[in-house]
Design a protein around this ligand. Structure first.
Ligand code: PEP
Ligand code: MG
Length: 580
């Protein structure tokens, strides 16, 4: 049994068989081979080494011809490494004596060599580790001969263990069979994590490297509440987690009974519980949990889930499904927030060294007007079917908001000219997720119909900490006093000007922050459907006065860790079953 600590990004517990994807997206099969298959497996390895040898020699000759002998020598070095007798002996020993599969033996041995190089002081030598990874990739390609696409051809339940999953890869996971996932990299705010919540499966990211320790078919437990991954658990651990799965089920059933109760505090202050969705099917989850509307529809996943750019009709069908299901309740269509880690099949901007600070979101939209207009036309057409609000993401200047609104007005005029129906009074708002927007909030409240605080990005841009980087996870903290001050400023300015404001970052779906946010004056929560019952439960247990006392105490504290600890204690005191 082996335990790994990662970052908990989607709650719940999953117990099942591992499907292992390595760095290159190869699916690593079982670690062991049958005793009587050893000779056959050695032949397979020799075949792969011979083919890779030919491939590298071909590259060497071509490069030497085009660029000169000196450059060809790089490949000659690769060839020597590949044909090294010691390496071959090691691989053979692993297959013959330990019955490892050739794929597993190759990964295991070459990564060990690479690590030795990586530890060397000389940066030139350390970089040679990449040459070794290159050889590993080539060998695996020959041994496996099958690509990542296999992940979409599943026939039984699996837990996916991968080095990384991009948001579009996560979007394309087969919901029927993937029961949970773990990635070696990734941070708490990455969109991969957000998709896991949409799929309502437990997920852990940022565990660090471990894939060479595990092979396809091994039993694994994913504890999405505590960020734990347990490889090959013993009987006692299995029994404990099976019991936990039962308890989670019982709690979920109890929380389900809250569905039709009002979203209000114990002292009767009415609140609004909205849903965050990425895919149209999630609107059913919102309805099932008694949502008051959709506060954030991340429409960019329409682009990420498809090989081609979605047409106006594709947008319209998706939006109408959501709007119709919500009836007269509001549906907030956020225009596409592409770029940074959400990269579709569009021409990519060149040389984006800091994609989170680059051509992302509303900036990308204003540079790609035909793309933007197509989406706006569809959203406006869908507004004729119910109560649609349009929201612009990542607005950092007033000019940006005005420009986006001008494009929208232009599209409205177009529709009008063609006699196409839409809601002429639809509300137009923006996300507050860049500190500059808070600094200018007094001006923004004059021009918007509503605001939504996006703490996932606000934390990242306030504290200068990449939301998807596990190495700075300690700093990525919504409870940081600097972030809280910005939230307070936004809520106060909105209240003063009677502009509705909600909070749709992950923070509002985490019960430890509910009392604090209520105490700071927040009355509209937009959370993933799976978080709705818990958030409503907390609200119904507490009074505004209690929450204000908590907020006052927190605002006098200096340190995010202390604040988080205090909030956990308060939650435990008020709602013991959630505060565990
Ligand atoms: C946010 O930044 O808080 C947010 C809700 O937007 P996203 O997570 O899609 O960037
Ligand atoms: Mg954001």
């Amino acid at each position: 049994m082996q335990k790994l600590q990662g970052i908990a990004v989607s709650p719940g517990v999953a117990i099942g068989e591992a499907l292992v994807m390595d760095h290159e997206g190869f699916r690593i099969p079982r670690r062991f081979v049958a005793r009587d298959a050893v000779e056959e497996e050695l032949e397979r390895l020799d075949g792969a080494i011979a083919s890779v040898g030919q491939e590298i020699a071909g590259n060497r000759d071509a490069v030497a011809r085009e660029l000169g002998e000196k450059y060809g020598a790089i490949f000659e070095a690769h060839l020597q490494m590949l044909q090294d007798a010691r390496l071959h002996g090691e691989l053979e020993e692993m297959i013959r004596q330990r019955h490892y599969s050739p794929e597993y033996a190759v990964s295991h041995a070459l990564r060990r060599y690479a690590q030795v190089f990586q530890r060397l002081e000389s940066s030139y030598l350390a970089e040679r580790a990449n040459d070794i990874f290159d050889i590993e990739k080539r060998l695996l390609r020959h041994l496996l001969g099958r690509r990542r696409e296999e992940i979409s051809n599943l026939t039984s339940d699996v837990l996916v263990l991968a080095h990384n999953l991009t948001p579009s890869e996560t979007t394309n996971l087969d919901r029927k069979f993937v029961q949970g996932f773990v990635t070696e990299v990734g941070g708490p705010g990455s969109h991969t994590a957000i998709v896991a919540e949409a799929l309502e499966i437990p997920a852990v990211v940022g565990t660090g490297l471990f894939l060479t320790e595990v092979s396809g078919g091994d039993q694994v437990i994913i504890d999405g509440d505590n960020g734990l991954v347990i490889l090959q658990p013993n009987e006692e651990t299995l029994a404990r987690y099976r019991h936990e799965v039962e308890e989670i089920r019982t709690l979920a059933t109890r929380l389900q009974s809250l569905r039709d109760l009002p979203m209000e505090t114990a002292d009767g202050v009415r609140l609004q519980l909205l849903g965050n969705i990425e895919f149209p099917y999630e609107v059913d989850h919102c309805v099932d949990r008694g949502a008051d509307g959709v506060g954030l529809y991340r429409t960019e996943f329409l682009y990420l889930g498809s090989e081609t750019e979605p047409t106006e009709e594709v947008h319209y069908q998706a939006y109408s499904q959501v709007v119709r299901a919500m009836g007269d309740k509001p549906v907030t269509i956020r225009t596409f927030d592409l770029g940074a880690d959400k990269v579709p099949h569009l021409p990519e901007p060149e040389d984006e060294r800091n994609p989170f600070l680059g051509l992302r979101s509303i900036r990308l939209a204003l540079r790609n007007l035909p793309l933007f207009r197509t989406q706006l036309r569809a959203a406006l057409r869908a507004s004729a079917l119910g109560s649609v609000r349009i929201m612009f993401p990542l607005v950092s200047t007033l000019l940006e908001f005005r420009q986006a609104k001008m494009v929208l007005n232009d599209v409205m005029e177009d529709l009008e000219e063609h006699g196409i129906d839409f809601d002429h009074d639809l509300q137009i708002g923006m996300m507050v997720e860049v500190p500059a927007a808070v600094m200018m909030i007094d001006s923004f409240v004059e021009v918007v119909d509503f605001l939504s605080i996006g703490t996932n990005d606000l934390v990242q841009y306030t504290l200068a900490v990449d939301r998807s980087n596990k190495d700075v996870v300690e700093l990525y903290n919504p409870a940081d006093p600097a972030v809280l001050k910005l939230i307070v400023a936004a809520i106060q300015a909105a209240d003063l000007n009677s502009v509705p404001i909600d909070l749709c970052g992950q923070m509002s779906g985490n019960p430890i922050y509910t009392m604090l946010l209520l105490g700071l004056g927040l009355r509209h929560f937009s959370v993933s459907p799976s978080a709705m019952p818990e958030i409503k439960d907390v609200c119904r247990h507490v009074t505004i006065e209690q929450c204000q006392a908590v907020a006052n105490r927190v605002m006098s504290m200096e340190n995010a860790q202390d604040i988080k600890r205090y909030l956990k204690e308060e939650l435990k005191a008020c709602v013991p079953e959630l505060g565990e």
